[in-house]
Design a protein around this ligand. Structure first.
Ligand SMILES: CSC[C@H]1O[C@H](OP(=O)(O)O)[C@H](O)[C@@H]1O
Length: 367
């Protein structure tokens, strides 16, 4: 996507700068567009753990480059396996992280050590190119949902879409997942408006989705997480589209905490609830999301404090609870397939079910 008139991806390699890896520091957005220059494995691991880089497909791609950086230090079998495991373990819920590292290992294991660095950069680059292409396809397939609502609502009507967290281009290599259909609808001239869940406690919606949509000129309104049900009860939401960190073969969806509550409200109000994902976010090894998807528990400090910008432009973090109060911070929840209207993938739309996924991905259908 573009920032101003400059096209960007969310991760890139600068061959003229020692093949260093570059990402945006997402903890500084929307207040500053800081670019981080990564040259070592531990810098990549820290950027993923601290959510300077975040978003399921993007952390997979950046971890893949993290392995390339690690191999520059030591490309031996033992070092590669150690570094791969360390990077795969930086966050537990998004399956893209494990998928990307396993794909890198499959490419690199058969190679002699001296051939591994070049192959690692090549494979990580392929992962990035494929993610960007898959998300563009998700955009095209999801666009049909918005077009259908616009046609039904009549000439000039605005399609109101609610989204949770940030599943935009900054959460992927490019285009985004949940936001890709919205960008394409807007760019095609359809009138869309996005209700942006702030998404406490990390505020990916208020800080990142609002920044993305504003930068692209997409009309949007930031709302408290707790407002979504009310908006749906009063007919203000035509469609919900969210991203995901892991979908089971049965169609259960792990996504940012609060997604399940939006799915319940959507179900209760007859609002279509769609989940956008590249197939790299499908975990074909698990069926029951509630019992088989690990939910990341993050620091309570992310709940007891909030970061924002003062009137005079300083970015500060302040406590919002009494010093003695404890906080729990599960970072994701699981929406059962029964509450999901459908999945938007790079191969098209399908039901959130084993049958639906097998129809689009027959190579994974159980024998
Ligand atoms: C296309 S991003 C998918 C997913 O990743 C985000 O999690 P986080 O911000 O913790 O990395 C969020 O759950 C998005 O929906």
């Amino acid at each position: 996507m573009k920032i101003g008139n400059i096209p960007y991806r969310s991760v890139w390699v600068d061959q003229d700068d020692g093949w260093s890896v570059h990402i945006f520091d997402q903890t500084r957005l929307p207040w500053a567009l800081d670019i981080l220059r990564l040259t070592e494995r531990d810098q990549v691991a820290q950027a993923i753990r601290s959510m300077q880089v975040r978003g399921a497909p993007l952390i997979g791609a950046v971890a893949a480059y993290g392995l390339a950086l690690a191999l520059r230090v030591d490309a031996s079998d033992a070092a590669m396996e150690r570094d791969a495991a360390l990077l795969a373990d930086t966050r537990p819920t998004a399956i893209n992280l494990r998928w990307a590292i396993e794909r890198m290992q499959a490419r690199l294991r058969p190679l002699p050590a001296e051939a591994r660095v070049a192959a690692a950069y090549d494979e990580a680059g392929r992962i990035c190119d494929e993610d960007a292409a898959q998300n563009e396809a998700i955009g095209r397939h999801g666009l049909s949902l918005i077009q259908e609502i616009a046609a039904r609502r009549g000439e000039g009507a605005t399609v109101n879409i609610l989204t949770h967290c940030n599943a935009g281009w900054i959460a992927t290599v490019d285009w985004g997942t949940a936001l890709a259909p919205i960008y394409m609808a807007h760019d095609s001239g359809l009138k869309v408006h996005v209700w942006v869940d702030e998404t406490r406690p990390r505020n990916q919606g208020a800080a990142l989705t609002a920044w993305e949509l504003g930068s692209h000129g997409v009309p949007h309104t930031v709302v408290a997480d707790n407002a979504g049900g009310h908006l749906m009860q009063h007919g203000s939401v035509d469609l919900v589209i969210v991203g995901t960190d892991r979908v089971t073969r049965g169609g259960d969806v792990a996504n940012k905490i609060g997604t399940y509550l939006k799915a319940l409200a959507a179900h209760d109000n007859g609002v279509p609830f769609w989940v956008a994902l590249p197939s790299t976010t499908i975990d074909w090894r698990v069926t029951d999301g509630l019992t088989e998807i690990p939910i990341e528990e993050r620091a309570g400090a992310e709940v007891t404090s909030v970061t924002g910008q003062t009137e005079d432009g300083r970015v500060e973090t302040v406590r919002v609870t009494p010093p003695g109060s404890r906080a729990a911070n599960p970072a994701f929840d699981v929406t059962p397939a029964r509450l999901v209207t459908g999945l938007i993938t790079e191969r098209g739309l399908c039901a959130a079910s084993q049958l639906g996924l097998a129809g689009l991905f027959p190579e994974h259908a159980e024998a």
